[in-house]
Design a protein. Structure first.
Length: 619
């Protein structure tokens, strides 16, 4: 692989990121103008006729407003922590969402009474300028770095130069398998960078938690980041379960006492000095609200109160950050002012293969060495601009390092999720046949003499439903549920409910997902099973698993057009969610014009007849 000039490469990345920013902003603006609020609500990007609750100052001294969703409660929405929103004409930022209740940070000057009196008030997502601003800023700082650790890592990551390592014997972890143990040792030996490559079901999180735990025996504190709030929640929860003191910057996606207990906000307001700070802040607000003449005494009193408040806040933060062993945030969240000036020896980035390189540089500026964990054969970053995509914006830092420094990569090989026949196709196509099946899951199944993977031919035409929703195949959706109904009948209702055999129905297309959800509600057969069936897109199932997975591929046309089903990493995610049974519905004549789907179809057909022991050969 050619040596790259780091500065030129980063300048190119900045240019591609500007293209993506412009394209995303343009798409957002045009959709907002073209789509009515009702269509935005159906997509989960707006709540209509919200009820305005109370307004108060939160523990971070921000003014917040409670909003309640009163309609479309069955639609999955896209609101989550830190996303910018528009409430009527008031701009705000989501603090957290719990079911149909949302708390939004608003400007101090907001006329809450006017909002409460507004009939038919809506809240809708705004364009996220902040994330782009942080990424552009990070790229600028990385390019400007000279003679420091950041400059060293930048130049290292864009060259074939060997990464530096420590030398010591292996540490043994009897509770890990051989490749997991090797990965932890390689992380500990790395002076610059290490990569933990975790294919589906291989215990990447288990390995990462162990590596963080061992690192904390050598370092006082580490920074742990991920692209999404959900991924940060998952790794934070696992670390807390291990007994590690985690301080989570930002609010979790799942709002419950356990998840909230290690957030900065909850810890801050739980500090013994907080009531005193709250009283001082209240006194400041009352003083500012008085209409009395603002003379010298007023300013002296205000300055005195502000000084005491600042002193208390610094003391509380010093204790919270001093006690925490792990600081956890999203990549963009690591730019929070609370982390200003903080440095860490080690930064762990989970789900690194889903993050834009520019986002990874935001926390790397605070670290001396970097550990990346993820799987570049699964979901990539989402790039909307075709020129930026073709120009290489979607190439992640993890991919770059895997290509240039294979010696720092440890592939986890033993998987604990899938029946071996479900695993084998993915292993042969994506991982050079290197995956192994743990003995206790090799033959896992639901019914005796059951074939673990089946492909049911769906000979029906796709349709295009408005630009809002994209592609749909109604007959295939009906067949999907009929197929699942037949399989449930074979298993038996009592066994399904007693053993809580869970099911995931996946479609790459959001329109199909919405349609499948509506069909399940209408079919009386599925009423007893609604709690154990989830329907979502491929992205919605990332990191999850189910006993039974049913995939509706949707595409069926005379031209053999399969759209973004050509992104095989998405299909790798879809087919590897299943523990015991995988059912695929698709139109072979359309899909099998692509070599991947042809091989997959042949593989499934062979399983139904004579088992094919030959490894899958890519064409």
């Amino acid at each position: 692989m050619e040596e790259q000039n780091p500065i030129l490469s980063l300048q190119r990345q900045r240019f591609l990121l500007q293209l993506e920013y412009a394209a995303e902003k343009q798409t957002f603006t045009s959709k907002t103008e073209a789509f009515g609020l009702e269509r935005r609500a159906r997509r989960g990007d707006a709540w209509l006729n919200v009820k305005v609750g109370k307004s108060y100052f939160n523990s971070l001294n921000q003014r917040v407003l409670e909003l309640f969703r009163t309609q479309d409660q069955d639609i999955e929405h896209n609101f989550e922590f830190s996303r910018p929103v528009l409430i009527g004409r008031v701009t705000g930022t989501v603090s957290f969402v719990d079911g149909d209740r949302m708390v939004v940070v608003i400007p101090d000057s907001t006329d809450v009474a006017a909002l409460q009196a507004t009939e038919g008030l809506s809240v809708q997502l705004s364009f996220d300028e902040t994330s782009y601003r942080m990424m552009f800023d990070a790229l600028e700082r990385v390019m400007r770095a000279r003679g420091n650790r950041l400059a060293y890592l930048r130049d290292l990551f864009y060259s074939r130069q060997k990464a530096a390592t420590f030398t010591f014997g292996d540490i043994h972890f009897p509770w890990l398998n051989a490749t997991q143990e090797r990965a932890v040792n390689e992380v500990l030996r790395a002076k610059d960078v290490a990569v933990v490559h975790g294919p589906p079901g291989t215990g990447k999180t288990t390995t990462l938690v162990e590596a963080i735990h061992e690192t904390l025996r050598r370092e006082p504190q580490v920074l742990v980041c991920a692209q999404s709030n959900m991924a940060v929640d998952w790794i934070s929860e696992r670390l807390v379960d291990r007994g590690i003191n985690v301080l989570r910057i930002g609010n979790p996606v799942r709002v419950d006492d356990k998840m909230l207990s290690f957030t900065y906000e909850r810890r801050f307001e739980g500090h013994p000095d907080y009531p005193q700070l709250w009283a001082i802040r209240k006194a400041i607000r009352e003083l500012r609200s008085r209409k009395a003449r603002r003379d010298e005494r007023y300013h002296q009193k205000l300055d005195s109160l502000k000084g005491r408040a600042a002193e208390l806040e610094i003391r509380i933060n010093a204790e919270l950050f001093g006690e925490a062993r792990v600081i956890a945030s999203t990549l963009v969240g690591s730019a929070n002012r609370l982390l200003d000036g903080m440095k860490f020896t080690t930064l762990f980035i989970d789900e690194a293969a889903q993050a834009l390189e520019a986002a990874c540089w935001i926390p790397i500026r605070k670290a001396s060495r970097v550990v990346l964990a993820g799987d570049h054969c699964q979901l990539p970053p989402t790039i909307k601009n075709i020129v930026a995509l073709k120009g290489g914006l979607g190439k992640t830092l993890m991919e770059r390092i895997v290509e240039q420094k294979p010696e720092v990569v440890t592939l986890l090989r033993m998987q604990y999720r899938m029946n071996e026949e479900i695993m084998r196709f993915s292993s042969d196509w994506f991982y050079d046949g290197k995956m192994e099946c743990a003995p206790d899951v090799r033959y896992r199944g639901i019914l005796d003499f059951d074939v673990p993977i089946v492909w049911r031919d769906a000979d029906s035409q796709e349709a295009f439903v408005e630009t809002t929703f994209g592609r749909i195949n109604k007959e295939e959706a009906e067949l999907t549920l009929t197929t699942l109904e037949e399989y449930f009948t074979k298993i038996g209702k009592q066994r399904i409910l007693e053993e809580r055999i869970d099911v995931g129905i996946i479609s790459p297309y959001r329109a199909q997902v919405q349609y499948l959800r509506s069909l399940i509600k209408k079919r009386a057969f599925f009423k007893p099973y609604r709690q154990i069936i989830s329907v979502n897109t491929v992205d919605g199932f990332q990191g999850q698993e189910r006993d039974i997975i049913v995939i509706s591929l949707v595409r069926s046309n005379d031209e053999g057009q399969i759209g973004f089903l050509r992104d095989l990493r998405r299909m790798n995610v879809a087919i590897t969610r299943a523990r015991m049974k995988l059912i695929i519905l698709g139109h072979p004549q359309t899909l099998c014009q692509h070599p991947f789907y042809r091989k997959l179809h042949e593989y499934v057909e062979a399983l139904a007849g004579v088992e094919d022991e030959e490894p899958i050969q890519k064409e």
